[in-house]
Ligand binder design. Structure first.
Ligand SMILES: [Zn+2]
Length: 321
């Protein structure tokens, strides 16, 4: 009798552990969807940014040197100019494993009242694929639209440092991600600033990448200055967006790295779990499934609200140094 009771107890314990394990894998690693609509907490207009995204994705796959990217570039420049920004194009030829490729970085300038520059960066090209249609709605598209809306929100001038909205070309690898085959635009731009003696004017750099996922989970950037990270994460919490800015961290190579290497305080705002789970990420990232139906206006809104309110705090901190 005692034996039966003991066996039963063991069985129950095993089942309990099993259930706990299943719960862990399904729920703890899974993210929940952002609400369909959100009350904006800044002048940033998520649904308006989403309309830009529809246009951007409508150009089709936009790898470096393509006609589609040229059309996309014309659209970006047109919108930045409509918003009153001064626009510069930084053209160069990149040596890639697939031969030389023409590339163009775009700079939208919000003229500040103080000396110094803060850069808000993203990449606007999509990864080159020949075997399937890659439109990069999230990877390349979401931030392009987000930056266009940020330009409208900021307008031609601002109190404080100048804000440079940087649209980098050639972030993606052509063959395989290496030091040489990646980050063409940002590496070239940092080089250019150095040559021009202007790198010292850049006081901080915030990069955004893949921020449109309906299952928004932005992880901390291991390697970012803690003060810069704290401002952004505290801001998210203050606006009630704490659940989208996770406490866990990842180190992801992106367009902020060339700046960080030159000693500029730099942070990458990225959601590197595209979809509701790690399994979904593997299905969605750099595949034909990176389509606009997986991107939400509310995610653009959340990141827009956070960065809009964080910027003056970044300025205030820089003034103390
Ligand atoms: Zn990518």
């Amino acid at each position: 009798m005692r034996m039966v009771f003991f066996t039963g107890l063991m069985l129950f314990a095993v089942m309990l552990l099993g259930a706990l394990f299943i719960y862990q894998t399904v729920h703890v690693n899974a993210a929940s969807r952002v609400p369909d609509t959100l009350e904006p907490q800044s002048p940033f207009d998520g649904p308006r940014a989403y309309q830009d995204l529809e246009i951007v994705v409508g150009f089709g796959p936009r790898p470096s040197g393509s006609e589609a990217l040229e059309e996309c570039r014309a659209y970006i420049i047109g919108e930045l100019e409509k918003a009153g920004l001064e626009v510069h194009q930084h053209a160069f030829k990149a040596d890639t494993p697939l031969g030389p490729k023409p590339m163009v970085n775009i700079v939208g300038v919000v003229e500040g009242t103080e000396p110094g520059i803060i850069i808000l960066g993203n990449h606007y090209e999509t990864k080159y694929y020949t075997d399937f249609e890659f439109v990069g709605a999230n990877d390349g598209g979401s931030t392009t639209a987000w930056m266009i809306e940020m330009a409208r929100v900021m307008g031609p001038t601002r109190e404080g440092r100048s804000l440079w909205l940087l649209f980098f070309d050639g972030e993606e690898a052509f063959v395989e991600w290496t030091e040489e085959d990646s980050l063409y635009g940002s590496r070239e731009f940092v080089e250019y600033l150095e040559q021009a003696g202007r790198l010292v004017d850049v006081h901080a750099m915030i990069n955004v990448d893949m921020i449109g996922d309906c299952y928004l989970t932005i992880t901390r950037d291991r390697g970012a200055p803690s003060w810069l990270e704290a401002i952004i994460w505290d801001q998210a919490k203050e606006l009630g967006y704490g659940q989208y800015f996770l406490p866990t961290s990842k180190l992801i190579s992106d367009d902020h790295i060339p700046f960080r290497r030159r000693g500029i305080p730099a942070i990458n705002i990225i959601d590197f779990m595209y979809g509701g789970s790690p399994l979904e990420h593997r299905r969605n990232w750099h595949t034909e499934r990176d389509t606009i139906d997986r991107v939400c206006a509310s995610s653009l809104q959340i990141v827009g609200d956070v960065i809009y309110h964080a910027l003056p705090k970044v300025e205030a901190q820089l003034a103390l140094e």
